[in-house]
Design a protein around this ligand. Structure first.
Ligand code: PAF
Length: 274
C-alpha cells in the first residue's frame, strides 16, 4: 500500500487507474472500517482510503482534539485489508486557506436527528466528502450504514450534483455484545461497552414490536427514551422513520429506527432497518 500525504502526489499515483473505489475515514480504524475496505476490495477496482480528521464537522465544544488518531495502526489495518493507496493529508494540505466554499445540504435532511443538536455537522461532512471525491475521482465510494443519515445525505448530494459515482452501503459491524463499532468506543470503559450494547438490544425490541403490528410509534419511542434513562444513558432521540428521507413514516413504508444517546461522556449512535 502506498501512503500519500499530498494531493498532487495522489493525483499522479492515480493517473491512469480505472474503476477506483474510495473509502473515506477519519482514522481511529476498527473492524467496521475494515469491512468497508473489504467491500471496496470486492468490487475489484483499486482501493483508495483516506484518513483525515475533519475539523469542519466538529462543533466547538466537541471532541476534535481528543478524537482518536492512530495513523501507524491504521496503516497496518488498511494494508492487511487489501487497500492499495492511503491518502492521509495534513490540515494544511486539505484546507490551506479557510474553506469558505461549503456544501450545504437541505435543512429537512440535515437539521433533523444528528443535525438537530449539531447544526453545521452535515455541512462539514458534505464539504469534505465532495472535496475528497474531487481529489480521488473514484467510480465508487463506500459508506457505512452505522451513519445512516450521513449515508442518505451523501447519496442525495451525489445525485443532485450529478457526480458519476456509485455509493455502496456497508452493514454495521458489532462487537460480540451487539455494540456498533465506532472510533469513539475507545472512550468507553469495559463496563460502559457492555452497557452500550443495550442500545442495540432496545432497537431490536422496537423493530420486533413494529413488525408485530404495534401501531403507536410515538408511544414506542417515548417508552424507549424512558428505558434508556433507566439504563443510565442520556438519550438524544429514538425515532422510527421512513428509510427514504428519514421523515415521519406511515404504515407500509420501509422503516428504520435510529437512536442517539450519551453514556458517560461518549455519544453513541445506532440504527436498525425494520
Ligand atoms: O464517517 C466518517 O468517518 C466521516 O464523516 C467522513 C465520511 C470520513 C467525512 O469526514
Amino acid at each position: 500500500m502506498q501512503v500519500i500525504h499530498h494531493i498532487a502526489a495522489l493525483r499522479a499515483a492515480l493517473a491512469g487507474q480505472r474503476d477506483i473505489v474510495f473509502v473515506p475515514t477519519m482514522g481511529g480504524l476498527h473492524e467496521g472500517h475494515v469491512s468497508l475496505v473489504t467491500a471496496a476490495v470486492n468490487t475489484g477496482g483499486p482501493v483508495v482510503a483516506s484518513v483525515f480528521v475533519n475539523r469542519l464537522q466538529f462543533a466547538p465544544a466537541e471532541d476534535f482534539s481528543r478524537y482518536p488518531r492512530s495513523l501507524d495502526r491504521d496503516i497496518d489495518l488498511l494494508a492487511a485489508a487489501g487497500c492499495d493507496f492511503l491518502f492521509a493529508p495534513s490540515e494544511q494540505e486539505l484546507y490551506p486557506e479557510p474553506q469558505v466554499f461549503k456544501v450545504q445540504p437541505p435543512s429537512e435532511l440535515a437539521n433533523i436527528l444528528e443535525g438537530s443538536t449539531r447544526p453545521d455537522f452535515f455541512t462539514g461532512v458534505c464539504t469534505v466528502v465532495l472535496k475528497l471525491l474531487s481529489i480521488v475521482m473514484p467510480s465508487k465510494a463506500v459508506f457505512g450504514k452505522k451513519d445512516y443519515q450521513q449515508l442518505l445525505i451523501i447519496r442525495a448530494m451525489v445525485r443532485q450534483l450529478a457526480l458519476p459515482i456509485e455509493i455502496i452501503a456497508a452493514d454495521t459491524v458489532r462487537d460480540q455484545h451487539g455494540l456498533a463499532l465506532s472510533s469513539r468506543n475507545s472512550y468507553l470503559s469495559d463496563a460502559e461497552r457492555l452497557q452500550g450494547a443495550q442500545l442495540h438490544r432496545l432497537l431490536q425490541e422496537i423493530a420486533a414490536s413494529v413488525r408485530a403490528g404495534e401501531m403507536d410509534w410515538r408511544e414506542i419511542e417515548a417508552h424507549a427514551i424512558a428505558a434508556l434513562v433507566g439504563l443510565g444513558f442520556k438519550p438524544d432521540y429514538v425515532a422510527i422513520r421512513r428509510r427514504s428521507d428519514l421523515m415521519a413514516a406511515t404504515v407500509g413504508e420501509p422503516l428504520v429506527v435510529l437512536a442517539a444517546a450519551t453514556l458517560g461522556s461518549t455519544r453513541l449512535i445506532d440504527n436498525l432497518e425494520i
